[in-house]
Design a protein around this ligand. Structure first.
Ligand code: ADP
Length: 367
């Protein structure tokens, strides 16, 4: 049985629906990331799990226990908020000992557990410091330590890296992932940052407009997005979207954009045709699925180099194609990127089996 279950959860504040209908499970020891734009309902789900949001409908289970009506302190769940809410007048040691003293644990057990957490979070040299004497990243570790020391059944983190600078974000992110691996604790982690979500999550729940859009592994979400929102939200640079008209040609579907067209294989064409309402579709092509050539050829479309942008070992090439700008991502050593000149004519082909076809109105993925 899943360790944490959220079933058909609905939360409203007055007439404002914060989460409409959320269902997902988190397995024992799994790190589940809730990701989506601001206002999507991510924090509301965490607060509902922890016991701080008014549940209008639906159920939350921790293990076998139905926790909807349990007060927060009886749920055995720890939450780390965006604001690192530490006691400023207490040292690191005291900040950590406090939750255990509050439940009257014996003094030697408190000493042992504080020492363990300090070791694990590499904070032993800082135990006597006050929060103001620590860096942002160290303060965040104290906040995490304070939640962990209670050994909760599940651990909830709400944008724990916001407020840290870019380098520290990446360091703390890998730190949390490592910590999770060492402890095997069930974690639910909220972020609006899709790169962070893909870097850290075993399972990703994508939210938008107060609804769960898709639940899956990072690879599933990236490679098999259920709709255009998910396809656009994950990936950097974002997926290219080309409006097309679909027409049947024998057992194949031909997608046309102006004078240009792409023909899909019969199996895929049949699958799409079953779900196709009218012929108005959108072809989604990831930047890494565009190949650049200097010569024209079968299935290649002409485009002009608009801008090139080196990014480490990769080159992002912006290409003007009809009225669109398409973004391609190339390896700097193997691709053409390095040698391209502005406004140069190139020819593109797409790794069609990896592309997605969406319905233009419902935005659902058809392939
Ligand atoms: P996210 O974490 O994805 O940014 P939230 O869960 O914080 O989103 O918010 C979802 C929606 O619910 C937003 O429209 C937000 O304004 C609203 N909301 C959240 N908390 C409250 C509250 N306490 N009172 C009224 N509206 C709220």
């Amino acid at each position: 049985m899943s360790h944490l279950r959220v079933e058909n959860l609905k939360v409203s504040y007055g007439s404002r629906v914060a989460i409409q209908d959320a269902t997902f499970t988190v397995e024992q020891g799994e790190l589940c990331v809730l990701v989506g734009p601001s206002g999507a309902g991510k924090s509301t789900i965490l607060r509902a799990i922890a016991g701080y949001a008014p549940i209008e409908r639906g159920d939350i289970y921790v293990g076998d226990t139905h926790v909807n009506t349990l007060p927060p302190q009886d749920r055995d769940i720890a939450m780390v908020f965006q604001q690192r809410a530490l006691y400023p007048h207490m040292t690191v040691w005291e900040n950590w000992a406090f939750p255990l003293e509050a439940v009257q644990r014996p003094k030697d057990e408190i000493r042992r557990r504080v020492a363990e957490i300090a070791e694990m979070l590499q904070m032993t040299p800082f135990l006597d410091r006050y929060p103001r004497q620590l860096s942002g990243g160290q303060q965040q570790r104290v906040a995490i330590g304070r939640a962990l020391i209670r050994r909760p059944k599940a651990f909830l983190l709400d944008e724990p890296l916001s407020g840290l600078d870019a380098k520290l974000r990446i360091e703390t992110r890998s730190y949390i992932k490592r910590l999770h691996g060492d402890l095997g604790v069930t974690m639910v982690y909220v972020t609006h940052d899709q790169i962070e979500a893909q870097a850290i999550g075993h399972k990703i729940v994508v939210l938008n407009n107060n609804l769960v859009q898709q639940v899956g592994t990072p690879d599933e979400i990236y490679n098999k997005p259920v709709n255009m929102f998910v396809a656009e939200f994950l990936g950097s640079p974002p997926i290219n979207l080309i409006e097309c008209t679909a027409a049947t040609e024998g057992d194949r579907l031909r997608l046309s954009h102006g004078p240009h067209s792409w023909t899909l294989d019969p199996a895929r064409s049949a699958r799409i045709r079953e779900r196709l309402k009218d012929g108005e579709v959108v072809l989604g092509v990831r930047p890494e699925d565009i190949r650049l050539h200097r010569e024209p050829g079968e299935g290649r479309i002409p485009a002009e180099v608009y801008v090139t942008e080196p990014q480490g070992h990769e080159m992002i090439v912006d290409l003007s194609f009809e009225k669109l700008i398409l973004r391609a991502k190339e390896d700097r050593e193997r691709g053409l990127g390095e040698s391209l000149k502005l406004n140069e004519r190139v020819y593109l082909d797409f790794a069609l089996p990896r592309c997605h076809v969406f319905d233009r109105v419902s935005r659902v993925c058809l392939s």
